[in-house]
Design a protein around this ligand. Structure first.
Ligand code: FAQ
Length: 311
């Protein structure tokens, strides 16, 4: 009965325990999780495109094999996340359809182009770095399948971040032109990476409820600040600068102050008007259409196998 279910749910949340798929949960808790987890899954899937674009042009065989492994990890993360969302009763086909038709959101960052090899480094260092900062607390998300998926995702993303760091370090210690290429990549990715944490807290309609339900553990601005504090010394070690004249240590706060971000640009990208929104979706649709025969063949084969050896 719903009242007993509600009380049990409240108790699990208050005791900071995990909610599992078969437990009773409020409709809005289920809805907000499907929203966040499916957006997260779509981000991993669309997120393969900027770096996938560089696999055939990686500067050495070693770089190429590392990049292939990274992009493949991203596909894997998307699949764990779709599985976690499925346990909430939304089918994978429905989620794919929402992405295909452009109804679903995915992270704003993947609507920016990876123009040079240094951009692959900046994606690893800044985009994976922001993703880890946001996702480590999600390992403790109250919904079991999501939190557990995050543990492995975060481990893999730590490798990804180091891989990006190492690309930038190599370039920034190379020729003057290589160093410039690394600086240019950081200049372009810094602002959009900070926006991955979502809108400022006073414009984040979902944060309060998600934090009360122990899905999010920290607000968007708290995590953004944590990220800035982490990357300033890393940028110094790389020998690169971050493109923000207002960036400076604030002794009183014990944090780096940073300048305003371009929120008009952010909301415009989220609405579908970023540099590559159309291209990203078109590429996804084409890949899905071109792969239809593979899925059909795999399903036909599985059906035949099941017929041949009924369990
Ligand atoms: N882009 O009320 P809030 C990766 C939307 S990492 C687009 O603050 P919430 C790894 C938001 O959905 C990237 N939309 O929302 C990788 C909401 O719209 P809705 C993925 C954004 O959920 C690395 C509205 O704005 N990571 O893929 C963005 O409480 C390298 C209001 O915002 C995750 O998804 C944005 N940046 O907080 C792959 C992490 N920010 O749904 C390849 C899990 C906000 O009401 C290469 N997600 N919106 O219509 C989260 O932690 C949260 O969902 C936030 C947003 C923090 C992203």
């Amino acid at each position: 009965d719903a009242r007993v279910g509600w009380e049990q749910f409240q108790q699990l949340i208050e005791e900071d325990q995990r909610v599992e798929p078969r437990d009773w949960m409020p409709q809005n808790y289920r809805k907000t999780l499907v929203r966040q987890i499916s957006q997260h899954a779509h981000s991993e899937i669309i997120g393969m495109q900027p770096e996938g674009n560089w696999i055939s042009r990686a500067p050495s065989l070693k770089r190429k094999s590392v990049l292939m492994a990274k992009v493949q990890d991203e596909a894997g993360h998307g699949l764990y996340l779709y599985s976690a969302a499925e346990t909430l009763g939304t089918s994978r086909d429905e989620m794919y359809q929402q992405l295909y038709t452009g109804k679903a959101k995915y992270s704003s960052i993947f609507n920016y182009p990876a123009r040079t090899w240094a951009d692959v480094g900046a994606v690893g260092w800044l985009v994976d770095g922001a993703a880890i900062t946001n996702q480590v607390p999600l390992c403790r998300a109250s919904f079991g399948p999501y939190g557990r998926a995050m543990v492995r995702v975060c481990k893999e993303e730590s490798f990804h971040q180091r891989q990006g760091w190492e690309i930038l370090y190599t370039l920034s210690h190379g020729t003057e032109a290589q160093k410039q290429m690394a600086q240019d990549a950081v200049d372009r990715f810094y602002g959009p990476a900070l926006q991955m944490f979502g809108p400022p807290d006073d414009e984040s309609p979902n944060s309060q409820q998600s934090m009360a339900w122990n899905i999010k553990r920290f607000s968007n601005d708290v995590l953004r600040q944590r990220f800035v504090d982490m990357i300033v010394p890393q940028a110094e070690a790389l020998g690169l600068t971050l493109p923000d004249p207002d960036l400076k240590w604030n002794e009183e706060r014990g944090h780096y102050d940073y300048g305003d971000l371009d929120w008009d640009e952010f909301f415009s990208v989220v609405k579908g008007n970023g540099p590559l929104n159309h291209q990203r979706l078109a590429h996804y649709r084409a890949a899905r259409d071109d792969g239809a025969w593979v899925r059909e063949a795999a399903a036909a084969y599985a059906a035949k196998q099941a017929e041949a050896s009924p369990r």
